[in-house]
Design a protein around this ligand. Structure first.
Ligand code: GLC
Length: 740
């Protein structure tokens, strides 16, 4: 349709039709094969709302979607098609590493490819929109949704935000196998007080703008068709009714002209926040804030027509929202082809195809972060290796936002090891969860709640432990496969303690008593307190929730077929008392100088170190690299010039490897205090044993810009420190001056 035709269509629609374009219902209202989503409230939805609604959440499958769309169009007065939406976060049916793991790849291009593959599987299954990427910056491992983020750094998050939007959308969402992306959750949802989900967010505007907003802007700049509001308040006003945030910042400053959708029930929740007195006021305030689609409350459908007819809400607000929704449908080509890519034959061909599995395997292997290795990895084939733990043969490693993915499609560690080395032995060793951990309301079936395959359920924990200890005593090397249950991170999974389940720690201790050669493979959706693991294990490999090809990827890395290259996108705290901890902190007026603990009046703890157990950007390979002192081609530059910063990186080990050389900048003195360092660039360099290469970074004025005291994004003359190294603690630095 042309713009004029869209305008004409809008002009021919009744108020009821326009208002109900702003309404989203669960797929269950249209029968068919749906995915029950979230807190499905009993909503007394009038038949007219179903007949006129604009979009559906949770219906999928080519046959189902085509049937729903066909029936719907026959009853829709202007044959306006439905939009079909779903959370396709880290894959549709082929599941890729959780986004926090994708962040650890430091390879946004890889995530673009994963998003593109996910879009293809989702599109042939009838979907038009995915509620991804989640680009909330995160610093608090108590908050379970860190697993959906790419981490604590604004620069890295911007790269992934852009890459994922491009992967889902391509250049034109009308093209085959593309879906509209939805950047979420706007804004600042990743900073809930005390790490408790849905809690209040208290950020200064400066911090919000400097650290949290950039990744949303990057997604909008990449052309994201949709943005989702966040559950939290900003400055005491729920985001979903926050006119400053949505109209001034998102639409005004960022120029977003796409569709703004509320998060699930978030419009109604403005009542529980204590902003709105009732549903009628909630409808008004959300519409005034510019929220175009009401996810799952029916509030718009119930109240907006009356509010318009009473002159409380201008019809122009309804027109602008409805037009944005119609425009999105038009951009997807739905008026010409309301079924877009839904195709049962293509489903069979595309879903879980070999190419997608290979990509999932590659992405998983690159997401793994080797935190420690005292000569035990890579493993040698044919040695007596015991794979012990609840993840030794457990397919549930897809992460909690992958409900379309099936454990049946997963390659477990046991399957992958058996393909590699038949001499290995396996035992579960312990249940994933002990009686101290309750996943209330998560799953009904007991077999689901602890991840163990049903057959193991009959044996007692004592028997499992005894078998594991015996196997460990016999083995040369133990690979202990432990970690969080996949449902222990994700939405509504805040934890005051960030620990590996206690029953698994008991297994770890008992195994370490009989075998010193213990490799820990850690499955987790978040940074955990792994001090004990780190102290006792000879090697620690973080695999996050690695997805459908997790088993193959883990064996690829453990066997040395693939060297680990991942880097932490989020600090692993020393303990939960240190949280929130992040590398790009401010100096304070009394910075603690490590080693000068006698300086009492400094910003430090008495009982633990200031620094995390493992810092942002850290990750080992199977070889070692040396990095030469930083060199710069000049020590002064003006805003119109640049400085070349170089280091020579050498592989001083005896295995090939890839290092991610990171460049950090510190503005020594500015109109507002600046972080002690900020990641500005990085380069991956693959080197053979003995090979050396010069890595050159070009520092421009853009790398020196920040939000100044008077709210402008620019650089200020003065002294800067530039560091280059293999993680955020590098002290390999030089100084230069930005001149007037
Ligand atoms: C959830 C999440 C959001 C998701 C939406 C639809 O509550 O907060 O990320 O996209 O509901 O499932």
């Amino acid at each position: 349709m042309t713009t004029q035709e869209l305008q004409d269509l809008l002009g021919s629609m009744s108020l009821e039709e326009k208002v109900n374009q702003m309404n989203q219902l669960a797929g269950g209202f249209f029968a068919g094969d749906v995915v029950a989503m979230g807190p499905l409230q009993e909503m007394g939805v009038p038949e007219e709302s179903v007949r006129l609604t604009g979009s559906v959440l949770g219906a999928l499958g080519a046959e189902t979607v085509k049937k729903i769309q066909k029936n719907f169009l026959e009853n829709q007065p202007h044959r306006i098609p439905l939009l079909f939406m779903l959370d396709v976060i880290n894959g549709f049916k082929t599941i890729f590493p959780i986004p926090l793991g994708q962040g650890a790849t430091f390879e946004p291009e890889l995530s673009r490819r994963c998003a593109q593959a996910a879009a293809k599987e989702a599109a042939v299954s009838g979907l038009h929109v995915t509620f991804a990427p989640m680009v909330d910056l995160v610093r608090d491992a108590r908050w379970g949704r860190v697993m959906e983020s790419t981490g604590e750094d604004p620069y890295l998050n911007c790269l992934f935000s852009r890459a994922m939007v491009e992967g889902f959308q391509g250049d034109d969402i009308k093209e085959p196998y593309r879906v509209a992306a939805c950047v979420k959750h706007f804004a600042g949802y990743g900073a809930p007080t005390a790490g408790r989900d849905y809690n209040t967010v208290e950020l200064s505007e400066h911090t919000l703008r400097e650290f949290y907003l950039p990744s949303y802007r990057a997604g909008v700049d990449a052309g994201a068709a949709m943005v989702m509001t966040s559950f939290n308040t900003i400055d005491g006003v729920p985001a979903t009714a926050n006119r400053w945030l949505m109209r001034d910042v998102l639409r005004g400053e960022m120029g977003f002209d796409g569709v703004l959708i509320s998060d699930w029930a978030a419009i109604e929740e403005t009542i529980y926040h204590g902003l709105c007195a009732d549903r009628r006021e909630a409808a008004r305030r959300a519409a005034e804030a510019g929220v175009d689609i009401d996810m799952m409350t029916g509030i718009y459908s119930e109240h907006l027509c009356a509010l318009v007819r009473e002159g409380v809400v201008p019809e122009a607000l309804i027109d602008e929202a409805a037009l944005r929704i119609l425009t999105l449908k038009n951009k997807l080509g739905l008026f010409e082809n309301p079924y877009k890519d839904a195709d049962e034959e293509k489903e069979k061909e595309v879903i879980l195809c070999a190419a997608h599995r290979e990509l999932a395997r590659e992405a998983a292997a690159k997401s793994f972060v080797l935190l420690k290795n005292e000569g035990v990895l890579p493993l040698a084939k044919g040695k007596k290796t015991a794979f012990i733990g609840p993840y030794a043969d457990n397919p549930r490693m897809l992460g909690s936002w992958s409900f379309i993915g099936s454990p049946e499609d997963v390659v477990t560690v046991r399957q992958a090891v058996s393909e590699w080395d038949e001499s290995a032995v396996f035992c579960e060793g312990s249940p994933l969860l002990g009686p101290d951990v309750k996943l209330e309301g998560f799953m009904e079936r007991p077999a689901e709640t602890d991840g163990a395959p049903a057959k193991e359920k009959e044996r007692s924990a004592e028997e499992m432990l005894a078998e594991a200890v015996a196997a460990a005593a016999e083995a040369e090397t133990v690979v202990l496969m432990i970690g969080e249950h996949y449902l222990q991170s994700g939405e509504a999974t805040s934890n005051a303690n960030i620990q590996i389940p206690q029953i698994q720690m008991e297994l770890f201790e008992k195994v370490c008593e009989v075998n010193e050669q213990v490799v820990v493979v850690l499955f987790t959706g978040r940074p955990l307190d792994i001090r004990r693991i780190s102290e006792k294990a000879k090697a620690v490999l973080v695999v996050w929730m690695p997805g459908t090809e997790g088993g193959h990827a883990i064996v690829d890395v453990l066997s040395g077929a693939v060297s680990p290259t991942g880097k932490l996108p989020m600090s692993f705290p020393y303990c939960v008392g240190q949280v929130p901890v992040h590398y790009n902190e401010y100096s304070t007026g009394r910075p603690h100088v490590p080693g000068k603990d006698k300086d009492r009046f400094r910003s430090k703890y008495l009982d633990i170190p200031n620094g995390p157990l493992y810092p942002f950007g850290f990750g080992m390979g199977y070889t070692r690299f040396s990095v030469s002192p930083v060199e710069t081609d000049r020590t002064r530059m003006t805003a119109g010039e640049c400085i070349h910063v170089s280091v020579r990186v050498k592989n001083v080990g005896d295995l090939p490897g890839t290092e991610t050389v990171q460049l950090y900048i510190r503005d020594i003195a500015a109109s507002v205090v600046r972080p002690v360092r900020e990641l500005k660039q990085f380069q991956k360099v693959a080197l053979a044993p003995g090979e050396e290469r010069e890595v050159v970074f070009t520092v421009t004025n853009e790398d020196l810009c920040f939000l100044t005291a008077d709210g402008r994004w620019e650089s200020e003359p003065g002294e800067f420190e530039v560091s280059a190294g293999t993680d955020s603690t590098t002290v390999n630095s030089a100084r230069f001056v930005l001149a007037e």
